[in-house]
Design a protein around this ligand. Sequence first.
Ligand code: ADP
Ligand code: NI
Length: 218
Amino acid sequence: MQNNQLIIETTIIYVKKELANAEGGHDWWHIERVWNNAKLISQTESVNSLVVELAALLHDIADAKFHDGDEEIGPRKAALFLKTLSLDQSIIDHVVKIIRNISFKGGNFTTLFHSTELAVVQDADRLDAIGAIGIARAFNYGGFKNRELYNPQITPNLQMSKEEYKKSAAPTINHFYEKLLLLKDRMNTVTGKQLAQKRHLFMEQFLEQFYTEWEGRG
Ligand code: ADP
Ligand code: NI
Protein backbone atom coordinates (compact mmCIF):
# COMPACT_ATOMS: atom_id res chain seq x y z
CA MET A 1 0.00 0.00 0.00
CA GLN A 2 2.76 2.36 1.01
CA ASN A 3 4.67 1.39 -2.10
CA ASN A 4 1.62 1.81 -4.36
CA GLN A 5 1.09 5.30 -2.97
CA LEU A 6 4.67 6.17 -3.89
CA ILE A 7 4.21 4.74 -7.39
CA ILE A 8 1.09 6.88 -7.94
CA GLU A 9 2.81 10.00 -6.62
CA THR A 10 5.84 9.44 -8.86
CA THR A 11 3.52 8.95 -11.83
CA ILE A 12 1.61 12.16 -11.10
CA ILE A 13 4.86 14.14 -11.08
CA TYR A 14 5.88 12.58 -14.40
CA VAL A 15 2.49 13.19 -16.07
CA LYS A 16 2.32 16.82 -14.89
CA LYS A 17 5.79 17.43 -16.29
CA GLU A 18 5.02 15.76 -19.63
CA LEU A 19 1.70 17.59 -20.07
CA ALA A 20 2.96 20.99 -18.95
CA ASN A 21 2.39 22.44 -22.42
CA ALA A 22 -0.61 20.35 -23.46
CA GLU A 23 -3.67 22.01 -25.01
CA GLY A 24 -6.74 22.65 -22.83
CA GLY A 25 -8.70 19.51 -23.73
CA HIS A 26 -5.90 17.13 -22.76
CA ASP A 27 -4.04 18.91 -20.00
CA TRP A 28 -3.28 17.73 -16.46
CA TRP A 29 -6.78 18.75 -15.33
CA HIS A 30 -8.34 16.35 -17.86
CA ILE A 31 -6.09 13.62 -16.47
CA GLU A 32 -7.01 14.47 -12.88
CA ARG A 33 -10.74 14.37 -13.72
CA VAL A 34 -10.41 11.03 -15.50
CA TRP A 35 -8.38 9.65 -12.59
CA ASN A 36 -11.10 10.78 -10.13
CA ASN A 37 -13.86 9.34 -12.35
CA ALA A 38 -11.94 6.07 -12.56
CA LYS A 39 -11.59 5.84 -8.79
CA LEU A 40 -15.32 6.52 -8.36
CA ILE A 41 -16.33 3.87 -10.91
CA SER A 42 -13.87 1.38 -9.37
CA GLN A 43 -15.82 1.40 -6.12
CA THR A 44 -18.47 -0.79 -7.75
CA GLU A 45 -16.16 -2.94 -9.89
CA SER A 46 -13.74 -5.66 -8.97
CA VAL A 47 -10.44 -4.35 -10.32
CA ASN A 48 -6.74 -4.04 -9.64
CA SER A 49 -6.82 -0.43 -8.49
CA LEU A 50 -3.12 0.17 -9.19
CA VAL A 51 -3.67 -0.81 -12.84
CA VAL A 52 -6.75 1.44 -13.09
CA GLU A 53 -5.02 4.44 -11.54
CA LEU A 54 -1.82 4.11 -13.57
CA ALA A 55 -3.76 3.69 -16.81
CA ALA A 56 -5.98 6.70 -16.03
CA LEU A 57 -2.93 8.83 -15.24
CA LEU A 58 -0.99 7.75 -18.34
CA HIS A 59 -3.80 7.35 -20.91
CA ASP A 60 -3.09 10.64 -22.77
CA ILE A 61 0.66 10.81 -22.20
CA ALA A 62 1.17 11.29 -25.94
CA ASP A 63 -1.65 11.88 -28.40
CA ALA A 64 -1.23 10.32 -31.84
CA LYS A 65 -2.97 13.39 -33.30
CA PHE A 66 0.12 15.43 -32.52
CA HIS A 67 2.60 12.78 -33.66
CA ASP A 68 1.68 12.13 -37.30
CA GLY A 69 -1.01 9.69 -36.26
CA ASP A 70 1.48 7.31 -34.62
CA GLU A 71 -0.91 5.32 -32.37
CA GLU A 72 1.98 3.54 -30.65
CA ILE A 73 3.75 6.59 -29.28
CA GLY A 74 1.59 6.83 -26.14
CA PRO A 75 1.81 3.14 -25.15
CA ARG A 76 5.56 3.14 -25.89
CA LYS A 77 6.22 6.21 -23.79
CA ALA A 78 4.13 4.85 -20.91
CA ALA A 79 5.99 1.51 -21.04
CA LEU A 80 9.37 3.25 -20.86
CA PHE A 81 8.25 5.26 -17.86
CA LEU A 82 6.68 2.28 -16.05
CA LYS A 83 9.91 0.30 -16.44
CA THR A 84 11.65 2.90 -14.25
CA LEU A 85 9.33 1.96 -11.35
CA SER A 86 9.52 -1.24 -9.34
CA LEU A 87 6.46 -2.91 -10.83
CA ASP A 88 5.58 -6.44 -11.85
CA GLN A 89 5.87 -6.89 -15.60
CA SER A 90 2.25 -8.13 -15.64
CA ILE A 91 1.08 -4.76 -14.26
CA ILE A 92 3.12 -2.85 -16.86
CA ASP A 93 1.76 -5.01 -19.68
CA HIS A 94 -1.82 -4.52 -18.55
CA VAL A 95 -1.51 -0.73 -18.23
CA VAL A 96 0.09 -0.47 -21.67
CA LYS A 97 -2.66 -2.58 -23.23
CA ILE A 98 -5.29 -0.30 -21.72
CA ILE A 99 -3.59 2.79 -23.11
CA ARG A 100 -3.34 1.16 -26.52
CA ASN A 101 -7.02 0.20 -26.57
CA ILE A 102 -8.76 3.00 -24.70
CA SER A 103 -9.22 5.24 -27.71
CA PHE A 104 -9.20 2.43 -30.22
CA LYS A 105 -9.75 4.17 -33.54
CA GLY A 106 -10.23 1.07 -35.65
CA GLY A 107 -6.67 1.39 -36.89
CA ASN A 108 -3.85 -1.07 -36.94
CA PHE A 109 -4.82 -3.52 -34.27
CA THR A 110 -6.30 -6.83 -35.21
CA THR A 111 -6.75 -8.19 -31.69
CA LEU A 112 -8.90 -6.18 -29.36
CA PHE A 113 -8.12 -6.37 -25.67
CA HIS A 114 -10.77 -6.49 -22.96
CA SER A 115 -10.51 -6.20 -19.20
CA THR A 116 -12.60 -4.67 -16.42
CA GLU A 117 -9.76 -2.23 -15.77
CA LEU A 118 -9.92 -1.06 -19.40
CA ALA A 119 -13.72 -0.78 -19.15
CA VAL A 120 -13.38 1.46 -16.09
CA VAL A 121 -10.75 3.80 -17.56
CA GLN A 122 -12.58 4.04 -20.88
CA ASP A 123 -15.80 5.01 -19.08
CA ALA A 124 -13.88 7.54 -16.98
CA ASP A 125 -12.45 9.16 -20.14
CA ARG A 126 -15.82 9.16 -21.94
CA LEU A 127 -17.52 10.80 -18.95
CA ASP A 128 -15.14 13.74 -19.32
CA ALA A 129 -16.46 14.30 -22.85
CA ILE A 130 -20.08 14.72 -21.69
CA GLY A 131 -22.03 16.77 -19.13
CA ALA A 132 -20.97 20.26 -18.10
CA ILE A 133 -17.29 19.51 -18.64
CA GLY A 134 -18.03 17.94 -22.00
CA ILE A 135 -19.92 21.08 -23.09
CA ALA A 136 -17.03 23.28 -21.97
CA ARG A 137 -14.48 21.10 -23.77
CA ALA A 138 -16.51 21.02 -26.98
CA PHE A 139 -16.81 24.82 -27.19
CA ASN A 140 -13.18 25.19 -26.23
CA TYR A 141 -12.24 22.89 -29.11
CA GLY A 142 -14.63 24.70 -31.47
CA GLY A 143 -13.14 28.05 -30.51
CA PHE A 144 -9.64 26.73 -31.08
CA LYS A 145 -10.75 25.63 -34.56
CA ASN A 146 -12.62 28.89 -35.14
CA ARG A 147 -15.93 27.05 -35.59
CA GLU A 148 -19.37 28.62 -35.45
CA LEU A 149 -21.28 27.91 -32.22
CA TYR A 150 -24.32 26.87 -34.20
CA ASN A 151 -25.72 27.26 -37.69
CA PRO A 152 -29.33 26.20 -38.28
CA GLN A 153 -28.53 25.69 -41.97
CA ILE A 154 -25.85 23.05 -41.33
CA THR A 155 -27.50 19.92 -40.02
CA PRO A 156 -25.56 17.18 -38.23
CA ASN A 157 -24.28 14.41 -40.48
CA LEU A 158 -24.05 11.03 -38.84
CA GLN A 159 -22.82 9.26 -41.97
CA MET A 160 -19.51 11.08 -42.35
CA SER A 161 -16.32 9.05 -42.55
CA LYS A 162 -13.64 9.77 -39.96
CA GLU A 163 -11.57 11.69 -42.52
CA GLU A 164 -14.51 13.79 -43.70
CA TYR A 165 -15.41 14.48 -40.09
CA LYS A 166 -11.95 15.78 -39.26
CA LYS A 167 -11.98 18.11 -42.26
CA SER A 168 -15.54 19.36 -41.84
CA ALA A 169 -15.89 22.78 -40.29
CA ALA A 170 -19.23 21.93 -38.75
CA PRO A 171 -20.54 24.13 -35.93
CA THR A 172 -19.84 22.92 -32.41
CA ILE A 173 -23.51 22.16 -31.68
CA ASN A 174 -23.34 19.45 -34.37
CA HIS A 175 -20.66 17.64 -32.37
CA PHE A 176 -23.30 16.89 -29.74
CA TYR A 177 -25.37 14.89 -32.25
CA GLU A 178 -22.40 13.35 -34.00
CA LYS A 179 -20.64 12.17 -30.85
CA LEU A 180 -21.49 13.48 -27.40
CA LEU A 181 -25.14 12.37 -27.22
CA LEU A 182 -24.15 8.89 -28.41
CA LEU A 183 -21.68 8.23 -25.62
CA LYS A 184 -24.16 7.27 -22.89
CA ASP A 185 -25.05 4.10 -24.82
CA ARG A 186 -21.40 3.14 -25.15
CA MET A 187 -20.64 2.97 -21.43
CA ASN A 188 -19.27 -0.30 -20.07
CA THR A 189 -19.89 -0.28 -16.32
CA VAL A 190 -23.01 0.08 -14.16
CA THR A 191 -21.70 3.18 -12.38
CA GLY A 192 -20.39 4.61 -15.66
CA LYS A 193 -23.85 4.24 -17.18
CA GLN A 194 -25.52 5.95 -14.21
CA LEU A 195 -23.12 8.89 -14.26
CA ALA A 196 -23.42 9.17 -18.05
CA GLN A 197 -27.22 9.25 -17.83
CA LYS A 198 -27.07 12.23 -15.47
CA ARG A 199 -24.59 14.08 -17.68
CA HIS A 200 -26.60 13.21 -20.79
CA LEU A 201 -29.76 14.79 -19.33
CA PHE A 202 -27.77 17.90 -18.50
CA MET A 203 -26.61 18.17 -22.14
CA GLU A 204 -30.19 17.73 -23.38
CA GLN A 205 -31.36 20.52 -21.06
CA PHE A 206 -28.49 22.69 -22.23
CA LEU A 207 -29.47 22.17 -25.89
CA GLU A 208 -33.12 22.94 -25.20
CA GLN A 209 -32.19 26.18 -23.45
CA PHE A 210 -29.68 27.00 -26.21
CA TYR A 211 -32.37 26.80 -28.93
CA THR A 212 -34.83 28.75 -26.77
CA GLU A 213 -32.35 31.59 -26.48
CA TRP A 214 -31.16 31.32 -30.11
CA GLU A 215 -34.69 31.61 -31.45
CA GLY A 216 -35.62 34.50 -29.16
CA ARG A 217 -38.23 32.46 -27.30
CA GLY A 218 -37.09 33.38 -23.83
P1 ADP B 1 -10.34 11.93 -27.11
O1 ADP B 1 -8.94 12.34 -26.75
O2 ADP B 1 -11.18 11.57 -25.93
O3 ADP B 1 -10.39 10.93 -28.24
P2 ADP B 1 -10.68 14.20 -28.79
O4 ADP B 1 -9.21 14.48 -28.81
O5 ADP B 1 -11.33 13.75 -30.04
O6 ADP B 1 -11.06 13.21 -27.63
O7 ADP B 1 -11.41 15.46 -28.27
C1 ADP B 1 -11.04 16.17 -27.11
C2 ADP B 1 -12.20 17.04 -26.69
O8 ADP B 1 -12.56 17.90 -27.78
C3 ADP B 1 -13.46 16.23 -26.35
O9 ADP B 1 -14.13 16.82 -25.28
C4 ADP B 1 -14.26 16.29 -27.62
O10 ADP B 1 -15.64 16.20 -27.42
C5 ADP B 1 -13.89 17.64 -28.17
N1 ADP B 1 -14.00 17.62 -29.64
C6 ADP B 1 -13.42 16.77 -30.51
N2 ADP B 1 -13.81 17.00 -31.77
C7 ADP B 1 -14.68 18.04 -31.69
C8 ADP B 1 -15.46 18.77 -32.63
N3 ADP B 1 -15.45 18.50 -33.93
N4 ADP B 1 -16.24 19.78 -32.18
C9 ADP B 1 -16.28 20.08 -30.85
N5 ADP B 1 -15.59 19.43 -29.92
C10 ADP B 1 -14.80 18.42 -30.32
NI1 NI C 1 -8.43 11.40 -22.32
